[in-house]
Design a protein around this ligand. Structure first.
Ligand SMILES: [Zn+2]
Length: 493
């Protein structure tokens, strides 16, 4: 085994894979030839190479240990993906092929959720939701087999359980985060329940009667569309970037792919194909407040990768704590909760109604992810998952105060405690924004100095995790309290 060769190949593999995904998702080609790329670099994800890098990591120190930790985490992750690939394909195929019968017509299972969020009749939404239950049962059989395999793999790799493995691979502690999120759930409960009841009142339902389909309908929020026209999505982002001293049109390394193509994936994404020299932001603008938020979000990822120091090794440019890049995406994503930004950038004079909506929407997601974290800490604590469907329902209902279906207990889970990385990003984003405002001005998005603070942080890539970055800007580490205070004061009535 040769470490330098492993590093070079891991970098080449990552770039080839990103390029292939970009070509497919952007709608340039139908096929997705990733198995060929995996075969070409297969040895990287064999047990021998994974154990070799782990051994080197365990005896390394300082900078070398930091780099090797990221490399090991990446290789172990791909080792696991390789083993679950067959079940993943089985799941994707079953999900893509599944249909339900609506009014005598066959409708793809995957399109039901958008039918639900656009359906005005509550009874009808509930019927549509119930139609998916047999499909969910079928998918659960595959997901259960896959989950048990993941739990077994963590033990095979020498860990006590799945939680232990994720903590080592990602270099994070989940128990302290769980404690902070329990505190957050407790402290925001009253404002959440009151705001949710007020939002549901026009539909004649209270929070304890509400179901998931009611909330997806509620958050569709068509009424704000006039402020967020389709033809201004990209210009709005460019103008916001000008405010912090960045001119996207003069950045040769930033490529905006905004063209409409029939096979282009509808969801916006960022593909850092060559960091920092070729970063592609892919979006097909459709307008509406969520689209503006998506553009600002992906723009944050794009500017982050476009400002990474070219001299960094591969590990810091492409791997690392994903919470870091998510924080930079969130800091722009949530500009539409700022009344000064709304007035300046979308000419909204009376911002109260929209801001209430936007904060409630954010708090709902924070509480949902906090509850998911509590649930997943139980789900992954032991090999067996019997009875976890009932626990899912209990924990989610306790956190969100509305009805949940037990049968979503596996569909609602992402691998590797991704939920914790989002939570850490949300927490750090609030701390970072507070820091930038203290150093510059209340409307930080009009300050070139704010842009300079971000550019310096961006240059590190994902070398440091969000705990280290929080300490770097004067905190004791990530701290949920600024986010809690912001939510409580925004929604208190
Ligand atoms: Zn993101």
């Amino acid at each position: 085994m040769d470490l330098e060769k492993i590093r070079k190949d891991a970098e080449a593999f990552t770039k080839e894979l990103d390029e292939e995904y970009y070509q497919n998702l952007a709608g340039f080609k139908d096929e997705l030839n990733i198995s060929g790329i995996y075969q070409k670099y297969g040895y990287l994800f064999g047990r021998e190479a994974v154990d070799y890098v782990k051994g080197l990591r365990d005896s390394a120190e300082g900078e070398e240990k930091r780099q090797l930790s990221l490399l090991y985490s990446f290789m172990a992750g791909e080792y696991i993906s390789n083993i679950t690939a067959e079940l993943d394909e089985k799941f994707m195929t079953a999900e893509a092929k599944a249909t339900v019968t609506v009014d005598g017509k066959e409708v793809p299972y995957r399109s039901i959720s958008s039918l639900i969020s656009n359906e005005d009749s509550r009874e009808r939404r509930s019927e549509l939701d119930a139609l998916t239950d047999p499909v969910v049962d079928e998918l659960n059989a595959i997901l259960k087999e896959r989950m048990l395999k993941l739990h077994d793999l963590s033990v095979e790799l020498g860990y006590k359980n799945y939680i232990d493995m994720v903590q080592d691979l990602k270099g994070i502690e989940l128990e302290p985060l769980k404690k902070q999120m329990e505190e957050f759930l407790r402290d925001t409960e009253k404002v959440y329940v009151d705001a949710m009841n007020a939002a549901l009142e026009p539909y004649g339902i209270s929070i304890d009667e509400a179901e998931r389909h009611d909330v997806s309908y509620l958050f569709r929020a068509k009424e704000f569309d006039p402020y967020f026209p389709k033809d201004k999505v990209v210009d709005n982002w460019k103008a916001t970037m000008h405010g912090i001293g960045i001119d996207p049109d003069s950045q040769n390394n930033v490529i905006l792919d905004t063209e409409e193509r029939p096979k282009k994936h509808p969801r916006a994404f960022t593909m850092p194909v060559e960091v920092p020299d070729r970063v592609i932001l892919v979006i097909t603008p459709h307008g509406g407040q969520d689209d503006y938020q998506s553009m600002l979000h992906e723009g944050g990822h794009t500017e982050h990768f476009a400002h990474v120091d070219r001299k960094h090794p591969f590990e810091y440019k492409y791997l690392g704590d994903v919470s870091v890049s998510e924080s930079y995406a969130f800091i722009f994503n949530y500009l539409p909760t700022d009344d000064l930004w709304l007035k300046q950038y979308v000419s909204m004079d009376d911002t109260e109604k929209y801001r209430n909506f936007a904060f409630l929407n954010k708090l709902f997601f924070l509480r949902r992810y906090a509850s998911k974290l509590l649930y997943e800490m139980e789900l992954h604590a032991k090999r067996d998952i019997d009875g976890m469907d009932a626990r899912y329902k209990e924990i989610m209902e306790k956190g969100l105060k509305m009805r949940h279906k037990a049968n979503r207990y596996l569909l609602d889970v992402d691998d590797g405690f991704y939920v914790s990385q989002y939570l850490r990003a949300w927490i750090f984003e609030t701390q970072l924004r507070k820091h930038i405002i203290e150093k510059t001005q209340r409307d930080w998005f009009n300050s070139h100095e704010a842009g300079n603070i971000l550019k310096e942080l961006w240059s590190y890539g994902q070398k440091y995790n969000v705990d280290e970055l929080a300490r770097m800007i004067g905190y004791d580490g990530i701290d949920v309290r600024p986010m809690r205070d912001e939510m409580v004061s925004a929604l208190r009535r």
